[in-house]
Design a protein around this ligand. Structure first.
Ligand SMILES: *[C@@H]1O[C@H](CO)[C@@H](O)[C@H](O)[C@H]1NC(C)=O
Ligand SMILES: *[C@@H]1O[C@H](CO)[C@@H](O)[C@H](O)[C@H]1NC(C)=O
Ligand SMILES: *[C@@H]1O[C@H](CO)[C@@H](O)[C@H](O)[C@H]1NC(C)=O
Ligand SMILES: *[C@@H]1O[C@H](CO)[C@@H](O)[C@H](O)[C@H]1NC(C)=O
Ligand SMILES: *[C@@H]1O[C@H](CO)[C@@H](O)[C@H](O)[C@H]1NC(C)=O
Ligand SMILES: *[C@@H]1O[C@H](CO)[C@@H](O)[C@H](O)[C@H]1NC(C)=O
Length: 627
């Protein structure tokens, strides 16, 4: 009998012990074999309000510590434009930095990994020696979604090379007015081209499976990153192209021009959507419950998370009535799930906690936000692989990616003029010539050809910014060894006439800029561009290459120019320009923007009644390869 009792007690002990152990092993949310939504549900019910609110916070890496991550349960970090762990940091330094923060998050009670995001908008552009692809304005010209998908895949690898799993891209703005400082981030004024270019999303995230349900966040593996369709919605339609301003649209214009690419993005499983600073008919998008919750989440059934723009909620109110509590209330109730705070986390956390305790924000809204954030983190495998390793470091700026960027440059060039008539073409140029002149502020200037959002937020002129090939270097490499290439940035006419050049290539355009700093109401060709064109083109047969984020006012120069090329912002691989100028490849690009004559015509887009362009949307002369 005693023996039986001992056996029973022993059995009970083993049962209890093993079931406790079992509970350890079978924490549902940690089990990757369980469906994402079950894991989300299990984790959410374990979370305190403090832990939930922490998930909704995204902070900038500057001054951030693993201890802050742990203490406040911070759900996300970012690098703002130009925010790097060290000047010219190596991919390994990036990986180490991200992992340090991640370890802080993993050491919390529930061990929820944070998600690190960065603006990788034309390649992994904050990172030294990354491949810098052409800005979107050039990619629209290619009309080549398969190419753009490959660029997405290459960008994902370079972002992962630095230990980062999340890119704030693509920008699917439909820029309707080139006076906007972000127009170069837009693929086209035509929503159909923007829709086509959402193919970058499967490049970044991977291909969704058959019978995929629209709106489900989808990221397929460790070599892919979560993407972000931005900026929801109407960012490209503001009055006079003023950044962050008001987009005045009819219902039909909103849904037929600015909205369609969001449907494509959701069809492709985009994981996140970023809200626009701008307003629709006077209502700030960060406070627009009808569009964010009503349309995007309810009607389109978007199930990823909605992120604010940088201090985006702060812009809801203005001094002297600035009241951050009101900003939090309006934005969270509008449907913003994660807030790019990005610095003062105590103010945000205290403010949001207070609003929940006061029942001004319902706990159901917090749960919805956290559910979405966790869903993305589970879906992309972040719980299984929270820490990065060095396995992709060789992908950063790899030869293969630079070749892809060079191909994109070739296909993004638009030939606007080629000699007086089709019978007397100027390009392709001969590789063999006695002596040619290369001139202009943008001929030997990597920073200028990369534009804004390159290493620094605003970009920077000059050649020491990062690794790459200037257009001049590309020309020098393309010509026959017997051809003498003379570079003079700003030559006078007398010099040009006296040197016996067989022809000249003039490369001029806009300096780098980003966002509001790029807003421009005159769109003239910046100095000394006009003078260089006049001095060179009056003296010798010339090809002018314009490096700019948008069409500029150039009508008066065109008669003097023998051949004219729009190169947009080609990025780090300037040989792509030489490849086409010297006939290794033909010109194929077609304008994805209307080239207007005068700014008083703006806004003027294809299909408008008053359409009277210098070069119409879709225009682009072609050449055949000559070699
Ligand atoms: C980071 O810390 C330094 C030194 O305390 C301070 O001067 C700087 O303002 C901080 N930067 C941000 C963005 O908070
Ligand atoms: C638009 O810009 C004007 C002029 O700068 C400014 O007064 C106005 O507040 C802006 N509107 C919005 C909605 O940002
Ligand atoms: C901030 O705005 C809220 C909502 O409008 C209001 O209830 C609160 O009193 C304001 N707080 C301050 C400090 O003005
Ligand atoms: C951050 O917010 C807290 C709480 O509102 C405030 O006391 C503090 O001054 C703020 N700090 C900064 C740097 O803005
Ligand atoms: C790069 O050039 C800029 C401008 O000429 C200069 O201010 C900066 O110190 C240079 N940086 C390096 C690392 O050489
Ligand atoms: C055109 O506008 C830009 C941006 O505001 C300004 O920097 C530039 O000086 C203006 N150019 C002319 C010729 O007015």
């Amino acid at each position: 009998m005693a023996k039986a009792w001992i056996a029973l007690v022993g059995l009970l002990f083993i049962c209890c012990w093993s079931s406790t152990m079992g509970a350890e092993e079978h924490v549902l949310y940690k089990d990757p074999t369980k469906p994402v939504d079950k894991r989300v549900k299990d984790l959410l019910k374990r979370m305190t309000l403090e832990e939930k609110i922490g998930q909704m916070v995204q902070l900038e890496r500057t001054n951030m510590t693993a201890e802050i991550m742990r203490k406040y349960y911070i759900g996300s970090l970012l690098s703002g434009g130009g925010s790097v762990p060290a000047d010219r940091a190596s991919p390994k330094q990036w990986v180490d930095m991200v992992n340090t923060f991640q370890k802080g998050s993993l050491s919390t009670r529930l061990g929820i990994p944070m998600i690190y995001g960065i603006d990788a908008v034309h390649g992994h552009n904050n990172v030294y020696k990354a491949t810098i692809f052409p800005h979107n304005v050039g990619l629209g010209v290619t009309r080549d979604p398969a190419l753009v998908k490959k660029i997405g895949a290459a960008t994902a690898l370079e972002v992962r090379a630095t230990g980062i799993p999340y890119a704030f891209a693509p920008c699917i703005a439909v820029c309707r007015d080139p006076r906007w400082g972000r127009c170069y981030e837009s693929y086209s004024e035509d929503h159909k081209i923007v829709q086509m270019m959402t193919e970058i999303i499967p490049g970044l995230q991977g291909d969704v499976p058959a019978n995929f349900q629209r709106g489900t966040p989808f990221v397929s593996g460790k070599d892919k990153v979560a993407a972000c369709a931005k900026h929801f919605v109407g960012d490209g339609g503001t009055v006079k192209g003023i950044n962050e301003n008001n987009t005045i649209v009819t219902h039909n214009e909103l849904y037929s021009i600015h909205m369609p690419a969001y449907l494509n993005s959701l069809d492709k499983g985009v994981a996140t959507v970023m809200v626009s600073y701008s307003s629709i008919n006077g209502l700030k998008m960060h406070a627009n419950r009808g569009l964010v919750t009503g349309f995007l989440k309810r009607k389109l059934k978007f199930r990823g998370f909605v992120i604010s723009d940088w201090e985006g909620i702060d812009r809801i109110t203005y001094p002297p009535h600035k009241n951050y509590s009101y900003s939090i209330l309006k934005s969270v109730n509008a449907g913003v799930d994660m807030v790019m705070v990005p610095y003062n986390y105590t103010e945000f956390i205290n403010g949001l906690t207070d609003l929940v305790n006061k029942k001004a924000i319902r706990i159901q809204r917090i749960d919805d936000a956290v559910r979405r954030i966790l869903r993305v983190k589970f879906a992309m495998g972040l719980f299984e692989n929270p820490l990065a390793d060095y396995s992709f470091v060789d992908k950063l700026g790899s030869k293969e990616h630079r070749e892809l960027a060079r191909e994109a440059v070739r296909k993004s060039l638009v030939l606007l003029k080629n000699g007086k008539s089709a019978k007397s073409p100027v390009v392709p140029l001969p590789k063999k010539a006695s002596k040619i002149l290369v001139a202009g502020t943008h001929a030997d200037n990597l920073g200028n050809q990369c534009g804004g959002w390159t290493i620094k937020w605003q970009g920077q002129e000059g050649n020491n910014l990062t690794a790459g090939t200037t257009i001049l270097k590309g020309i020098q490499a393309a010509v026959d060894p017997s051809t003498k290439v003379v570079f003079k940035e700003n030559p006078n006419a007398k010099y040009v006439k006296s040197q016996g050049f067989s022809h000249a290539i003039v490369v001029v355009g806009e300096p780098p800029y980003a966002e509001t700093a790029g807003d421009n109401l005159n769109l003239t060709l910046p100095n000394p561009g006009p003078k260089i064109i006049n001095n060179v083109c009056g003296a010798v047969k010339c090809v002018v290459v314009i490096v700019s984020g948008r069409p500029l006012v150039i009508e008066s120069y065109v008669p003097k120019i023998d051949a004219l090329v729009a190169a947009w912002l080609p990025g780090s691989e300037g040989q792509g320009v030489a490849d086409v100028l010297f006939g290794d490849y033909g010109f194929t690009g077609k304008l994805a923007r209307t080239w207007f004559k005068r700014v008083d015509q703006l806004p003027m887009n294809v299909g408008d009644k008053h359409y009277d362009p210098l070069f119409p949307f879709g225009f682009g002369l072609e050449t055949k390869p000559s070699n």
